[in-house]
Design a protein around this ligand. Structure first.
Ligand code: PLP
Length: 326
């Protein structure tokens, strides 16, 4: 499995972990020492940020930057040991200009870690743009069936050798049965991604025209603020399988909508064969302070849809019927 992931990410070597968070905590522990500075994006997977903030208790200088390329770049200086960002943020789907951030990190001798869980190597290979370490929650697209937890790190052979010792000491290795399931999932990775991206674009375009939807956040839409940078970074095969959108209304309408879905499942994950609808304020962003959530636009009207591999017409019918109930 590690060899397959190394080939997919075009890196030197890889290590697999028991979850995405196991990979992230191993990076934090192995890289950071007292007085080091880390820059994190304010819109990160909630637990990445929550554990990052805890590093202050160990004497680490933790800087949480506004999630735009220019703000991340402004936060980086000679004291910055590590920057950890996601290629596509969750759930509002901003896209960072990784190429520009990598250049600034190189000048400052800062280690750039990129979480490629949402974009996946099907769309983007960060190491080719000068990123030092790529990580994944394999729980999502790389395993692809909503039935397993795993994480991975890909980097140079030297860096991976160093991390190998840390994985052994921390006990964050992936168990064998999970590895078997992920290898099986990887066999259909390309086919699945092709369909996820195709379905997601059709659904995003459909929702954009829907009277009960006030905004669709998807970098594949030409009107999206991040469309140009996504086009520049991604390889013309699509824009990912996650579409976020705002409905007319708030929590009450969201609950009604979720109860009326027949195919799409209300649940807190993404990247699997089955479509999943997530309510970010009570899942991925739950650990985030409310004022920050509000500023980022993660409000009561926002939903995140992980578009699965079902027939797209069935999915549209399911969403339309549920939207008619609100
Ligand atoms: C972008 C991203 N990174 C990391 C993680 C953590 O992964 P895991 O759930 O496998 O620990 C998640 C989980 O949702 C995620 O969305």
């Amino acid at each position: 499995m590690e060899n397959v992931i190394t080939e997919l990410e075009e890196g030197g070597d890889s290590l697999c972990f028991s979850s995405g968070m196991a990979a992230i905590s191993t990076i934090y522990f192995s890289t950071l020492r007292k007085y080091d500075q880390i820059v994190l994006s304010a819109e990160s997977y909630g637990t990445t940020l929550q554990l990052g903030e805890k590093l202050r208790e160990f004497g680490i200088d933790v800087q949480v930057s506004w999630p735009e390329t220019e703000n991340i770049i402004e936060s980086i200086n000679r004291k910055t040991k590590l920057v950890l960002i996601e290629v596509v943020t969750n759930p509002t789907l901003r896209v960072f200009n990784i190429r520009e951030i990598a250049e600034v990190c190189r000048e400052n001798k800062t280690i750039l870690v990129v979480d490629n869980t949402f974009a996946t190597p099907y769309l983007y290979k960060p190491l080719k743009d000068g990123v030092d370490i790529v990580l994944h929650s394999l729980t999502k697209y790389l395993s692809g069936h909503n039935d397993v937890l795993g994480g991975s790190i890909t980097s140079s052979k030297e860096k991976i050798l160093e991390l190998w010792d840390w994985r052994r000491m921390l006990g964050t290795i992936i168990p064998p049965f999970e590895a078997f399931l992920i290898i099986r999932g990887l066999k259909t990775f390309e086919l699945r991604m092709e369909k996820h991206c195709k379905n997601a674009l059709i659904i995003a375009e459909h929702l954009q025209e829907h009277p009960k939807i006030t905004e669709v956040l998807y970098p594949g839409l030409t009107s999206n603020k991040y469309h140009d940078i996504a086009k520049k970074l991604f390889n013309n095969k699509g824009f990912g399988g996650v579409v976020s959108f705002r409905i007319k209304g708030g929590e009450e309408e969201v609950v009604r909508l979720m109860k009326n879905l027949k195919i799409i499942k209300p649940a807190p994950s993404l990247g699997g064969a089955e479509s999943i609808l997530t309510y970010p304020v009570i899942s991925a962003a739950m650990t985030m302070p409310k004022d920050l959530r509000d500023k980022l636009g993660i409000k009561e009207d926002l939903l995140r849809l992980s578009v699965g591999l079902e027939d797209v017409e069935d999915l549209i019918e399911d969403i339309d019927k549920a939207l008619a109930s609100i």
